[in-house]
Design a protein around this ligand. Structure first.
Ligand code: SAM
Length: 251
């Protein structure tokens, strides 16, 4: 998922996009904006709002010792997970996103301007009743996690799989980061692009069947749902995307 393509130079590819002010702003709005700030149109599908809250709700009902939020971007899902887990690591490849997540964690808020919106200032605010002291935000590569990071009871990876150069390697790594009974929440719109995933690393056939085949050896599928979200491009243009959220239990 990327947006604001109209205002970004064509030369920016893959990870570089996630370091830009335009994408930082998009994600602050996507994660922390109110419904009115995000899409002030009465025609808007309200079911597509607050995506990072909806994906983390699949973790509700249990308490976790350690949780890992991979591709956490500017951190909203990590704050949500901190309600259920004693320790949360939120990891993202983008330095700019992790800096923003840390600012919101430490200061409680961060001011930003929406793209195509003049000088209006918005505020991304740390969710009330979250537990910021439980969270560590780290810049890092989900495909090169240090061996000594340990095991997690909960892993959340939202809209990450189809932004990776080697998604099968990532799915294999999930088994090494979990123990029997751990929960994994994966969300993906299977939106494959060669700027992120070379053609030979993309699934050959049906993407859902591919995911089932990859996960089958170490995980049991508990449930799945198709969850919509929107990405704002400008005040009159939004992308509407359907992500498949699947919940897995480590065998
Ligand atoms: C499409 S965004 C999704 C962000 C967030 N999880 C959400 O659902 O709003 C993909 C995120 O994955 C991050 N990312 C891409 N490659 C990564 C990698 N190898 N390791 C960690 N994060 C990565 C990007 O920086 C970006 O924040």
């Amino acid at each position: 998922m990327s947006s604001n393509t109209e205002i970004l130079p064509d030369s920016l590819i893959g990870h570089e996009l996630y370091e830009t002010d335009a994408l930082l702003t998009d994600y602050l709005l996507f994660h922390y904006g109110s419904a009115e700030e995000f899409i002030p149109w009465q025609h808007a599908p309200s079911s597509a709002l607050f995506f990072p809250i909806r994906t983390t709700h699949y973790a509700e009902g249990k308490h976790y010792e350690r949780a890992l939020d991979l591709g956490c971007a500017v951190g909203r899902s990590s704050f949500e997970i901190s309600r259920y887990a004693k320790q949360v690591i939120g990891m993202d490849y983008s330095h700019a996103f992790i800096d923003a997540a840390n600012k919101i964690k430490n200061d409680g808020s961060m001011a930003y301007r929406r793209s195509h919106d003049g000088d209006n200032i918005y505020t991304a605010t740390r969710p009330e009743d979250s537990n910021p002291e439980r969270i560590t935000f780290k810049q890092g590569d989900a495909l090169a996690i240090r061996n000594d990071i340990g095991k997690f009871d909960l892993i959340h990876a939202s809209n990450l799989v189809c932004r990776l150069p080697d998604p099968e390697l990532f799915l294999r790594l999930l088994a090494t980061l979990t123990h029997s009974g751990s929960k994994v929440i994966l969300a993906t719109p299977f939106s494959w692009l060669e700027t992120y995933t070379p053609k030979d690393k993309q699934p050959k056939g049906d993407s859902w069947q591919w995911l089932l085949d990859q996960m089958n050896e170490h995980f049991l599928l508990e449930t799945y749902e198709d969850e919509p979200f929107m990405i704002r491009e400008h005040e009159r243009k939004y992308q509407f995307v359907i992500s498949r959220v699947s919940v897995w239990k480590r065998k």
